[in-house]
Structure formats: structure tokens, C-alpha cells
Design a protein around this ligand. Structure first.
Ligand SMILES: Nc1ncnc2c1ncn2[C@@H]1O[C@H](COP(=O)(O)OP(=O)(O)O)[C@@H](O)[C@H]1O
Ligand SMILES: [Mg+2]
Length: 608
């Protein structure tokens, strides 16, 4: 829960991907991404060449400076500027070339990274929405959106930037070391005995500090969770008058954040002091030693300056290796998570064009000794030995205590899941013989809790038939008794609803869902407690709308209201996943069983 929102991609943020191992398997994981970069491999190679060029020119820089200084010292007092001007001109050209090359190098790398990653992101999204519901049962939505957003961004960073930096680092290190050794083996030895020690110490210190700052981030995330929870549940906070309790809870959390953050600040300051002291100390030491060599005539001034500059380059590349390796490890982790999703089996859905044969159903549904358990909870049977038959055009009511399996039955009809045992037949054929999408396009569901997409009312209704024209949409809304309240809004059908828009009441949302279902014109209609959350006025309207909708189609109704159930052709009474009674309202009442009892309990208030 902690830190779901407000994420950043800091190395150690709460939901940064786990570090992957930098071994053969890890590299293989990364290599699978090649498919996305393949179309750009030519440009990528160009960028690599530019990288090589720019690294080499950078590394020539100190050498030219070295020449400049030595020439200047050799000419000291002579007034002859020609050699110096020549070298300065060369330096100037190097600078300009460097700038131009860098522009193209950085731009091409990011361009390739962005292009490839846009493709990957789209593939990932496409794949996720095609995954079966069972997958969403085991994954958290927040986590999935984080895969699309931050994991993929991490891959993008690595391929757009880090990879280039690593190559550059290797080149810088190699060329720099070669120059240093070539300039003076003795001074190189002195350098190698000091600088790497300082760098390793700095890395260990840095790791310790990152742990501390991770701790303070985690604490902060906890406090953010408190804020989120209280604000989301502000109704409950207020109605229980627990403002002071929440204030104290948040106060405690903030104190903890403060304590850990101050400790981290303390260590961070020490770290900076260490870097300044140790790094510059090492440089002073090398300069001192080198100056001695200059005095002894073993080194020129230019060579010493060049040496120190190369030392900075070499040290810089060593220092960033650590971070870059961590980044690559995290990218392996991120990539593994991405492949995990892409390797999940999709539902056999089909695109809504000619490729998917439009089937046209009669709408008969038959369950034959169906047994079912939810994936991941196989030991809990939800439906057992369930058999029933619904003729095309019939109204079937499902009744039973909550948790009896009513919603599960209609989930199987929509083939959100496949039965564990037995079979579901549609029009006498196994449900599995139909293309899933074609099947679902012949069905419509009006649930208890209608979800409206962020967008206009028009768009929300058109969700039932994406190519519906304005008249069609309005006609559907009229049939759903939704037109009047929609027309009363200043913006009418263009009123924006959803998370950022106007809040509609439960009854209004349900009528929009019914309009959606009317547009779809399904052969099989499923009403899962479509009226249970309504007040009696809107229920009356919704009921009228439903009566319209139920005509001439097979309808499964899960409802509490007697009026709805009484009109059904068959009532199926479920208890603990088993069919315990079935028949018409009168027949079931006469049986004096579970239905009669439920009827007495639930419907009493209505009959008076
Ligand atoms: N996605 C799911 N994963 C695991 N178990 C579930 C899931 N949905 C429902 N269940 C379980 O299946 C049983 C039947 O649920 P459901 O069909 O929703 O009952 P009803 O609609 O009759 O109230 C319940 O015990 C419920 O806990
Ligand atoms: Mg239910």
C-alpha cells in the first residue's frame, strides 16, 4: 500500500524494481528487448560511432592542453605566439566538433530509446487488457499501472542514457589509463594507490547513506498512506469524531520521518565532508608528488597538468560505474517484471472486424454439472454440480444468500472463467467453441455498481456500441428513462462524468448502464443486483427501463425485489454453490423451503 502514489524513480524509492542479477540470465532478459530496438539499429550504430568520436575527442583535450602549456613554457619570454596559436586553434576546433557531436549523440540515443519504449509500452498495455480476469484477480491494479509507467521508464532511461554512459565510461577509463601510464609509470602507481581506495570507500559510504534515505522514504510513504486513508475515509473520521485521533496518528508518523531524515542528513553531511577532504586530499598528494618529479626533471609542467586532468576523468568514470551497474541491475529487474506480464497467456479474444466472424446467438444457456473454484483458491468450491437450462428468451432469476455463487454463475456465462468441472452450453454448443469476443458482443451486463469512464455521458452510453450515432444514443437513453435527467444538465449529453466530472447518483448511473446495454442490443442480458442500491423512485424508473430491455432476450436477473423475481419464468435458488430449489414463484412458495424463507425475510416490507 505504502507509496502507491507520488512515486519517483529514485534508485531506492519504495516501489523501484528489485535488482536483477547481472548474469547470463539477466543479460538474456535484456537481450529480449532487442526486438524493440531492431528497427532503429542503423541509427543506433550511428549514435555509437558518434559516442566513440566524442569520447575520443574529450580524451584528446587534456593532451592538447599539455602540449599548449609545454610549448608556452618553452617559448617563455620569446614573444613567439605562432605555436601557441596553432594549438589553441586546434583546441577550438575540438571544442566545436565536440559540441556538435554531443548534440547528435544525445539526441539519437534518446530518440531511439523513446521510439522503442513507446512501442513496448503499447504492447504491454495491449497485452494487459487482453489478459483473462483470473489474472486481475491476483494482481493489484496500482502495481500494473506502475509496470507500464515506471518499469518501462527505467528501461527507457537505461537504453537512452545509461548504456551510452557505460560505454563512454569504459572508453574514458581505457584511454585515460593509457595516457596516464604513458606519461609516467611512477606517478601512475601513486595515483592507483590512492584514488581507487577513496572511490571504494565513497561507494560503501554512499550505499550506507542510501539505505538510510530509503528508510526515511519508507517512513514518509507510511505517513502519506495515513493522509490518503483519512482523506478518503473523511466521512468515517468525522462521523466517529476521530479528528484528534488521526491528528495524533499523523503526528507520530511525521516525528518518525523527522528522526530518520535528520539522521540521514547527518550522515550525508559527513559524506560530503569526506568526499571533499579525501578526494581533494588525494589530488593534492598526487600534485605534490608530481611537483617533486617536475623539480627533479622527470616530468614537464604540461605533463603534470595533463596527468591530473586524466586522473579526474579516470576517477569520474570509476565512480559512476557503481551507479550505472545498479541502474542496469534494476533495469534487469524491471525488464523481468515486464516479461512476466508479456508471458502471461491472453484470452482468445478477436478484433471487432471481419477477422472475427459475427455469430448470432439464439440465447439458450445450459449448465451441465458445473463445478467451479476461483483460480488461486482451488480448495474452495464456489459452484458444485450445478445444472439448469434456460431457453432462448426466458427470464431466469437467481436467488440466494449473499456469497451463494450468483455472480459467479453469470461470470461463467460471460466466460470470464471456465468451469473446473462440467460444461456450459450456449445454444447447445460448448461455450469454448465460440470466439470469446464474438460471444461477449452478444451479451450485456448491468451490474450493481456501475463504472463510468471519465468522459461525457454520450461517450459512456456509446460504450455499448462504439459507432452509434447521436440519435441512436438519445433513443437508447429515452428507453432507459435517462434522457430527462441528462437533458436537464446544462451540458446535456456532453456533461463530463467519471472521476474528474460530475458525480451521478446510483440510479442515474444505472440508467446510463441500461442505455449502454440497450444500444448493445444483446441476446443475453445479465442484471446483477441492478436495482438493489436504488431508492424507490429511481427504482421504479429503472424497473420500467429494465422491463423494456428484457423483452425478447434471455435475461438472467439477480435481484432482491419480489416484483422483479416474480415475473421470471424460472427461479434458481442457490445456496453455498448448489442449486437447492428451482421453479416458478408460486411453486417455490408452496415448497416452503429456502425460497419461501428468503421471500418472507426479504420481501415482507414490499408486500405491505
Ligand atoms: N474473484 C474471486 N476470487 C476468489 N473468490 C471469489 C471471487 N469472487 C467471489 N468469490 C467467492 O465466491 C463465492 C461466491 O461469490 P459470488 O458469486 O460473488 O456470490 P453472490 O453473488 O451470490 O453473492 C464467495 O464465497 C466469494 O467469496
Ligand atoms: Mg453477487
Amino acid at each position: 500500500m505504502a507509496g502507491r502514489r507520488g512515486r519517483n524513480r529514485d534508485d531506492d524509492s519504495a516501489d523501484a524494481p528489485p535488482k536483477g542479477k547481472l548474469n547470463k540470465e539477466g543479460l538474456h532478459t535484456l537481450r529480449r528487448l532487442y526486438r524493440y530496438f531492431r528497427p532503429y539499429r542503423f541509427l543506433f550504430s550511428v549514435a555509437l560511432v558518434l559516442l566513440l568520436l566524442s569520447s575520443v575527442t574529450t580524451m584528446v583535450f587534456p593532451y592538447v592542453i599539455q602540449q599548449l602549456l609545454d610549448k608556452a613554457l618553452a617559448q617563455a619570454g620569446s614573444g613567439n605566439l605562432a605555436p601557441i596559436n596553432l594549438i589553441a586553434a586546434v583546441l577550438g576546433i575540438v571544442v566545436v566538433a565536440q559540441a556538435v557531436i554531443s548534440y547528435f549523440r544525445v539526441y539519437i540515443f534518446s530518440w531511439v530509446g523513446q521510439k522503442a519504449i513507446a512501442h513496448l509500452r503499447q504492447d504491454l498495455y495491449r497485452h494487459i487488457v487482453e489478459l483473462p480476469l483470473a489474472f486481475f484477480g491476483r494482481s493489484r491494479v496500482g502495481e500494473l499501472s506502475s509496470r507500464i509507467a515506471s518499469d518501462v521508464s527505467m528501461i527507457q532511461d537505461t537504453f537512452g542514457t545509461t548504456l551510452a554512459e557505460i560505454l563512454r565510461g569504459i572508453l574514458t577509463f581505457g584511454i585515460g589509463m593509457a595516457f596516464i601510464l604513458w606519461t609516467s609509470a611512477e606517478l601512475s602507481l601513486v595515483m592507483l594507490l590512492t584514488i581507487p581506495v577513496v572511490i571504494v570507500a565513497a561507494m560503501l559510504f554512499g550505499r550506507f547513506i542510501r539505505k538510510l534515505s530509503k528508510l526515511s522514504q519508507d517512513k514518509l510513504a507510511e505517513s502519506v498512506t495515513i493522509v490518503e486513508e483519512t482523506l478518503q475515509g473523511i466521512h468515517s473520521v468525522k462521523s466517529y469524531a476521530n479528528e484528534y485521533y488521526e491528528q495524533r496518528r499523523y503526528g507520530n508518523a511525521i516525528q518518525q520521518v523527522l528522526r530518520v531524515s535528520l539522521k540521514a542528513a547527518h550522515h550525508r553531511s559527513a559524506f560530503v565532508a569526506f568526499i571533499v577532504g579525501a578526494m581533494f586530499g588525494a589530488v593534492v598528494f598526487i600534485l605534490w608528488y608530481g611537483a617533486g618529479m617536475v623539480a627533479a626533471g622527470k616530468l614537464t609542467v604540461g605533463e603534470l597538468v595533463g596527468f591530473v586532468m586524466y586522473t579526474f576523468f579516470v576517477a569520474g568514470s570509476m565512480a559512476s560505474f557503481g551507479q550505472e551497474i545498479t541502474q542496469v541491475q534494476r533495469t534487469i529487474g524491471a525488464t523481468q517484471r515486464v516479461w512476466e506480464i508479456l508471458d502471461e497467456g491472453r484470452e482468445p479474444i478477436a478484433p471487432p472486424d471481419a477477422a472475427a466472424p459475427m455469430i448470432s446467438l439464439e440465447g439458450a444457456v445450459c449448465f451441465r454439472e458445473v463445478g467451479f473454484a476461483y483460480p488461486g483458491a482451488e480448495e474452495i468450491p464456489v459452484l458444485q454440480d450445478l445444472s439448469f437450462e434456460a431457453q432462448a428468451g426466458q427470464r431466469i432469476a437467481l436467488v440466494g444468500p449473499s456469497g451463494a455463487g450468483k455472480s459467479t454463475v453469470v461470470a461463467l456465462i460471460q466466460r470470464f472463467y471456465d468451469p473446473t468441472l462440467g460444461s456450459v452450453l450456449i445454444d447447445g454448443k460448448e461455450i469454448t467453441t465460440y470466439p470469446v469476443s464474438a460471444l461477449r458482443r452478444q451479451m450485456a451486463l448491468v451490474p450493481q455498481d456501475v463504472f463510468l469512464f471519465g468522459g461525457t455521458i454520450r461517450e459512456n452510453i456509446a460504450y455499448g456500441k462504439l459507432d452509434a450515432g447521436p440519435e441512436e444514443i438519445e433513443a437508447a437513453a429515452r428507453q432507459a428513462f435517462a434522457h430527462d435527467f441528462i437533458a436537464a444538465f446544462p451540458q446535456g449529453y456532453d456533461t463530463v462524468v467519471g472521476e474528474r466530472g460530475l458525480k451521478l447518483s446510483g440510479g442515474q448511473r444505472q440508467r446510463i448502464a441500461i442505455a449502454r446495454a440497450i444500444l448493445r442490443n444483446p441476446r443475453i442480458l445479465i442484471l446483477d443486483e441492478a436495482t438493489s442500491a436504488l431508492d424507490s423512485e429511481s427504482e421504479r424508473l429503472v424497473q420500467q427501463a429494465l422491463n423494456h430491455l428484457m423483452k425478447e432476450r434471455t435475461t438472467f436477473i439477480i435481484a432482491h425485489r419480489l416484483s422483479t423475481i416474480r415475473a421470471a419464468d424460472t427461479i434458481l435458488v442457490l445456496q453455498k454453490g448448489r442449486l437447492v430449489e428451482q421453479g416458478s414463484h408460486e411453486a417455490l412458495l408452496a415448497q416452503q423451503g429456502l425460497y419461501a424463507m428468503l421471500a418472507r425475510l426479504q420481501f415482507d416490507s414490499e408486500s405491505v
